[in-house]
Write a protein that binds this ligand. Structure first.
Ligand code: AMP
Length: 111
């Protein structure tokens, strides 16, 4: 798998060029199951706006959309996945921090 392929994979999922196991979608975000789960429950949440990491998401988006995004993350974790009081959020920001896919995403994990 080349790096340009991996860096664009979530954009391709948004454009439905690559399939995913969808959990939730609205006009601004998409959530789906991680293909290589690191916990019993491992979901991903991505904005449809193309930004390569957390820093660029915060720089590009206005505060309302940032709030909407994290409110949706909470909704998916608590209402859809039923993980109230029992989940971990992870954001890997940058290659040195372990980021492999360069489209900003939040991991929701729970065992
Ligand atoms: P990160 O290391 O924070 O960039 O996380 C990238 C995550 O994307 C990893 O947990 C991968 O298992 C996951 N992943 C890679 N390709 C896919 C895919 N096609 N569908 C769902 N998850 C994926």
């Amino acid at each position: 798998m080349t790096s340009s392929y991996t860096s664009n994979i979530f954009s391709k999922i948004i454009k439905k060029e690559i399939p995913c196991k969808k959990i939730f979608e609205d006009e601004n975000i998409l959530s789906f199951w991680d293909i290589y789960p690191k916990a019993r429950i491992h979901a991903l949440v991505i904005p449809k706006l193309n930004c390569y990491n957390f820093e660029s998401f915060i720089e590009k988006e206005n505060i309302q959309n940032i709030g909407h995004f994290f409110s949706r993350v909470n909704f998916i974790a608590t209402d859809i996945l039923k993980l109230k009081d029992n989940f971990k959020l992870i954001i890997n920001n940058g290659e040195k921090a372990g980021q492999e896919i360069f489209h900003f995403h939040v991991h929701i994990l729970s065992n």
